[in-house]
Design a protein around this ligand. Structure first.
Ligand SMILES: *Cc1c(COP(=O)(O)O)cnc(C)c1O
Length: 460
């Protein structure tokens, strides 16, 4: 940001002083890059040194609620506002607690990847999707008609953002890919005005999956990036950057913050990503570019409170994802055998058509155990009313449009998350009215099974 501007000797002194600190932090980051996933999740960039020298020794990252940062003098103020020194200025732009969260997320999603990464935390998952896509959709001339290609099987809110806001209000075409596991279908949707490819893996609720490496290669052959929403998998089970994706998106509201105390989102980008937008700063470090410019101007920042909750929870993400994934596998295997169940969709079931594809990408990090998360769905035999009746009989499973919780939660997507997109949209996304989406929590799986069994048997 300092290109062509000369700063006074006073400002330069602050910059030089900050240089040493930045070098120390960079050395620590490099050291952390060599650690195992759990170590990274627990510590992030919050070193003992960082605690003692800048945070009064606090063992856990402090929650900074102050809206703004103060300075010693005009020189330091100028240096900070020009982003020349690592400060945080104002909590809409940055905040120390948010910084510790972003640094940890960048390391977690960059784990095992030979690229460098950076992260931007946002107020929600949908804000992260907005922020990750908007910079690619700018019109460089008035007549330009940018478009993008997206898997049709995606979160209902994402579908609304793309179809109502982008297509309906802004005349930005979305080319929907219906069978996202078919890489040729992606290829057929790309034209000279395509700015990026977008997919959810696995998808909520339909468990769609696509070949990340093949679709990333396809995107790059057209000089455009691949964006992947990996909310359902979390970095504990899958890290798309490692397979060639350019930007990963999370709703940290979900499994990342399993206890359910907060709304948040994040995007994690690889440095030097592929794009056909002529903006060197954006390509070089997308997350930092967003943070310093468009994100600053639009303002979808995460509250430091939510950042602290998220930070506390991701420290144990790997073990929690292992527990709930194993529980879900047990529950899915039970449902498959139940006479009132017409169909079970869970990528962990060996007879699921996309099981082998998912297995290539989903594995508990730092282990050889293939695990598939805690989102599944099943279709009830007997139609719409029987489905509602079963649903109403759940005793401990909460009826809520939520997922990723430590408590089991179920919803009927056709009347909740996917209500607004209409019958045609639901058909395209494969959402029948007798589908129940179930996200299995941390209860003992036998107790979840008992609850499901009594509800299903009530309509036999
Ligand atoms: C919930 C969800 C979102 C949106 O996240 P919010 O935090 O609710 O804004 C995006 N993608 C997926 C896959 C989701 O499940």
């Amino acid at each position: 940001m300092s290109d062509g501007i000369t700063y006074s000797a006073g400002v330069q002194r602050y910059v030089d002083k900050a240089q040493r600190l930045m070098e120390e932090q960079e050395a620590y980051r490099r050291e952390m890059r060599t650690m195992k996933f759990d170590t990274i999740a627990v510590h992030g960039l919050y070193s003992v040194q960082e605690a003692l020298s800048r945070n009064q020794g606090a063992v856990i990252e402090p929650l900074f609620l102050s809206a703004s940062e103060g300075y010693h003098d005009a020189d330091e103020l100028e240096a900070a506002l020009a982003y020349l020194v690592p400060g945080w200025v104002y909590s809409r732009i940055h905040n120390p607690t948010v910084h510790y969260l972003e640094a940890t997320l960048a390391l977690m999603d960059g784990y095992g990847c030979d690229c460098e990464t950076s992260a931007l935390a946002t107020s929600s998952g949908l804000a992260a999707i907005f922020m990750a896509t908007d910079p690619f959709l700018v019109r460089r001339s008035p007549g330009e008609r940018p478009n993008f290609v997206s898997a049709a099987q995606c979160y209902g809110g994402t579908f609304q953002q793309f179809s109502v806001r982008r297509m309906g209000e802004q005349q930005i075409e979305v080319h929907w890919v219906v069978n996202s596991h078919d890489t040729d279908e992606w290829a057929a949707m790309i034209d000279g005005n395509t700015r990026f490819l977008y997919g959810e893996m696995p998808s909520n609720p339909g468990q769609a999956a696509f070949d990340i490496a093949a679709v990333a290669e396809l995107a790059h052959s057209h000089s455009i990036p691949l964006l992947v929403d990996a909310t359902v998998a979390t970095p504990a089970l899958m890290r798309p950057l490692e397979h060639g994706a350019d930007i990963v998106i999370h709703s940290s509201t979900k499994s990342m913050t399993m206890s359910g105390y907060g709304i948040g989102g994040a995007l994690i980008s690889r440095k030097n990503l592929t794009t056909n937008i002529d903006n060197a700063q954006m390509a070089e470090d997308f997350a930092v570019y967003c943070k310093q410019l468009p994100f600053r101007d639009y303002g979808p920042c995460i509250s430091p409170v939510n950042a602290a909750f998220t930070l506390a929870e991701i420290k144990t993400l790997r073990s929690k994802m292992a527990m709930v994934s194993r529980n879900t596998q047990t529950v899915a295997e039970f449902l498959e055998t139940h006479p009132m169940v017409e169909r079970v969709d869970y990528l962990g079931l060996p007879n699921h058509p996309l099981h082998r594809l998912a297995k290539r990408y989903m594995k508990l990090v730092d282990s050889d155990e293939h695990l598939f998360g805690h989102l599944m769905s099943f279709n009830v035999r007997g139609g719409t009313q029987a489905t509602r009746d079963v649903f109403d009989r759940f005793r401990r499973i909460f009826l809520a449009t939520d997922l990723g919780r430590i408590k089991s939660v179920a919803t009927i997507p056709a009347i909740s998350t996917h209500q607004q997109q209409g019958e045609e949209g639901r058909e395209m996304a494969g959402i029948p009215p007798n589908q129940i989406r179930l996200c299995v929590g941390g209860e003992h799986p036998n107790d979840v099974i008992a609850d499901l069994d009594q509800a299903l048997n009530s309509v036999r």
